[in-house]
Design a protein around this ligand. Structure first.
Ligand code: PAF
Length: 289
């Protein structure tokens, strides 16, 4: 497995692949890799001839007081996992490589609307930071496909919209959430949980499933379902930010007649902000809200 630290060496390698007619996949990450990331890599291997994984903890997607400074950096262990998985190229730039002019005055890419709801409401500027760094990666790698985990469902939607609106010739692939045996969605931030919290954290997924069952029964209003889940999580020691039923296709509020819904939740447990979501395909279209 090769490692590129500079844009020059990244571009040289990828251009050579492309000259040979290879289809190129990109898996952008912030490192501290877990089985969720490895599932993206495996899928990339099935969809393309060559795969680049990027590892870069992107400062501009963290708000003031968030965990940028303590975000786990495990480059050596990550490198071993990627080499064992047969990766072609690891791109591990430093801050100067991606933000040569610094981060304050750097150009930003913003996807309006979608970026300001749900997580965006609690993390202003977060999705603009994500869209900006992903654009830099897309421009320099020019992947045919890019794969992202659907634990960050809203992030996948933002990147799909950005690629569509900016006419980026890349296919965005969202991949299913990989879970711990107790249902907790795998995340690099799960490391912030104590052993006891890690067990309790499975309640987010349990509540999403309970809400999905209620939605399928259609015997309660959406707001009643959301409010009850927030209360259950708060009673279990979480600090929930939102628990929300949305249209799966664009995350707007559900309408009568909808069948494809997404339930999304964000909640703090101890020092970890956890997010998760489930898809609900109703057997009967939504009759009331
Ligand atoms: O999901 C992540 O790890 C990050 O938001 C991403 C897409 C690598 C951009 O920094």
């Amino acid at each position: 497995m090769d490692t590129a630290y500079s844009l020059d060496s990244l571009r040289t390698t990828v251009h050579a692949w492309r000259r040979d007619g290879a289809r190129v996949a990109l898996v952008p990450t912030m490192g501290n890799l877990h089985d969720g990331h490895l599932s993206l890599l495996e899928r990339a291997g099935a969809l393309a001839n060559r795969t680049v994984v990027s590892i870069f903890v992107n400062p501009i997607q963290f708000g003031k007081g968030e965990d940028y400074a303590r975000y786990p950096s495990t480059l050596d262990a990550d490198r071993e996992k990627l080499a064992a998985a047969g990766l072609d190229l690891l791109f591990a730039p430093n801050l100067d490589a991606l933000y040569p002019g610094g981060i304050e005055e750097d150009t930003r890419v913003t996807v309006p609307g979608l970026s300001n709801i749900l997580c965006g409401q609690y993390r202003p500027g977060h999705f603009s930071g994500v869209a900006t760094v992903v654009t830099k990666l897309f421009i320099n790698i020019q992947p045919d496909i890019a794969l992202f985990g659907e634990k960050d469902y809203q992030q996948v939607m933002v990147i799909k919209r950005m690629a569509h609106d900016l006419l980026m010739p890349v296919e965005i692939v969202g991949m299913p959430i990989v879970r711990e045996p107790n249902g907790l969605a795998m995340s690099s931030r799960n490391e912030y949980l104590t052993a006891e919290e890690r067990l309790r954290a499975s309640q987010i997924f349990a509540n999403l499933n309970a809400a999905a069952a209620k939605l399928e029964r259609q015997d309660q209003s959406l707001i009643a379902i959301e409010t009850a889940a927030m209360a259950v999580l708060a009673a279990a020691g979480f600090r929930p930010e939102y628990f929300s039923v949305r249209r799966a296709e664009d995350l707007t509020a559900p309408r009568v007649g909808d069948t494809s819904l997404q339930i999304l939740a964000a909640a703090w447990l101890g020092g970890a902000r956890l997010i998760d979501n489930v898809r609900v395909e109703l057997t009967r279209p939504l009759a009331t809200l």
